[in-house]
Write a protein that binds this ligand. Structure first.
Ligand code: RNT
Ligand code: ZN
Length: 420
């Protein structure tokens, strides 16, 4: 089937494929830099294990070990992905060199340590998002912002404030809003004796970080909740209720962030998006794929990813209300392909959502025509979506499905395999 024929099929149900593609082209999606090097960063010993309750598994060859390698890999991914991209950086990806004075600890970070990333983004017309890194560091005792030790908390508060200044710098330099996501792995392996104390301290620490001046129009601090992590199975300080309430009590200062790997396995973020948008003007998302736990598998074009994107679209999320980022890390397969598959799938799911006659379906719901609603929703699944997706890739100047994996294989042969 040709694009013209597919376009006509969609037109028959009232969908303008041209409008859908035009909208999608301008939706920013943040590509997480940490898929390329298994969340190691450049500021600590790469042989030390990842902490904070997260884990990468696998040892597929070709991990990026330097800023140059990571940037080259990102370039390869960008060339294979359609749409508007941003780069999501972690503080641990600071770049230290002779010009900026070399290594400093996380509480001393300055915008200059991200100047090479700004240059990278400017040359490619990209925006950037940012994250303080509250894990994989000797100052995790193991708690950070919720630690009972003032010295520990103060170190991490200084880090958070430094990250606010860096986020403001990224937003100003790149002329695009910068989300700054606060997530810590703080929690306990076994039944705690005090659940409230750490939460009170966490709250005060975030207050202290957000007392650093920033322009909320362009810097969007987020608080990301989590249900549990590896080694912190019994209790997580930044639970769903804690984070959501923190954001709700601090309007104009921060927004809630939901990672769809951070809930009980039968909870779905697709349903939480409209719930949150009922109250919050803006929310942020980490799109991932949990298998039985927060396993951070590569995002697929699966039911929940499609449903998340339908909610983003039909709740008006594309009008700047929903900040979309990816968050997964698979070290068991080619990392360039992992990045590309996930990014392309979120694009696919958004395109699929934009090609759905939501107003008609809503009218069926509102008039109690549930049989017809089910029939229509099922029939949509076999519309010629692939043709529209292929056309979209083409117009964005990136390879269609079936045409990009050979590029990755070539990159693996010529670039990645030399990294030993
Ligand atoms: C961890 C959180 C967090 C991290 C990144 C690296 O469970 O999802 O967002 O994955 O900050
Ligand atoms: Zn996340």
């Amino acid at each position: 089937m040709s694009y013209a024929e597919a376009k006509a099929r969609y037109a028959a149900i009232g969908i303008d494929t041209e409008a859908a593609m035009a909208t999608l082209k301008n939706v920013p999606i943040s590509l997480h830099c940490w898929q390329g090097d298994d969340v190691r960063g450049f500021d600590t010993d790469p042989t030390k294990p990842l902490t904070g309750g997260i884990q990468t598994t696998g040892n597929y060859p070709g991990r990026a070990r330097t800023p140059e390698e990571l940037m080259a890999d990102i370039d390869q991914v960008l060339a294979l992905c359609p749409g508007t991209k941003k780069i999501n950086l972690h503080a641990s990806y600071a770049i230290f060199n002779e010009q900026n004075g070399g290594w400093v600890d996380r509480d001393q970070l300055e915008p200059k340590h991200f100047a090479p990333w700004v240059e990278f983004c400017k040359a490619r017309g990209l925006g950037a998002d940012f994250n303080p890194t509250f894990f994989s560091h000797p100052m995790c005792d193991p708690l950070t912002l919720s630690s009972p030790n003032k010295e520990t908390r103060d170190f991490w508060i200084r880090h958070g404030k430094a990250c606010i200044r860096i986020s403001q710098y990224l937003a100003e330099e790149l002329g695009q809003p910068c989300t700054m996501n606060i997530w810590t792995g703080d929690g306990f392996k076994d039944i705690p004796a005090d659940r409230m104390g750490p939460r009170m301290r966490y709250r005060e620490s975030i207050d202290a970080i957000l007392s650093e001046p920033y322009d909320f129009n362009i810097v969007k601090p987020c608080v990301e909740s989590k249900v549990f992590g590896i080694g912190v199975e019994a209790y997580t300080v930044g639970s769903a209720e804690f984070s959501l309430n923190y954001a709700a009590m601090n309007p104009g200062k921060c927004i809630p962030l939901m990672d769809n790997g951070h809930y009980h396995p039968t909870e779905v973020v697709s349903d939480k998006i409209p719930a949150l948008l009922t109250f919050f003007p803006e929310i942020a998302l980490h799109i991932t794929r949990p298998i039985r736990w927060d396993s951070d598998h590569v995002v697929l074009f699966d039911d929940e990813t499609r449903e998340i994107c339908r909610e983003i679209v039909r709740c008006g999320g594309l009008d700047g209300r929903v900040f979309i980022a990816l968050d997964y890390f698979d070290a068991s397969i080619n990392r360039i392909a992992a990045w590309t598959v996930g990014f392309r799938n979120v694009q696919k799911a958004l395109l699929n959502a934009l090609l759905t006659p939501e107003a008609d379906l809503k009218a069926l719901q509102d008039t109690d025509r549930f049989t017809e609603l089910m029939v229509r929703q099922e029939e949509m699944k076999t519309l010629p979506f692939g043709e529209i997706w292929a056309e979209y890739c083409d117009r964005c100047g990136v390879p269609k499905d079936g045409e990009w994996f050979s590029v990755v294989k070539e990159y693996e042969k010529t670039v990645l395999s030399a990294r030993v």
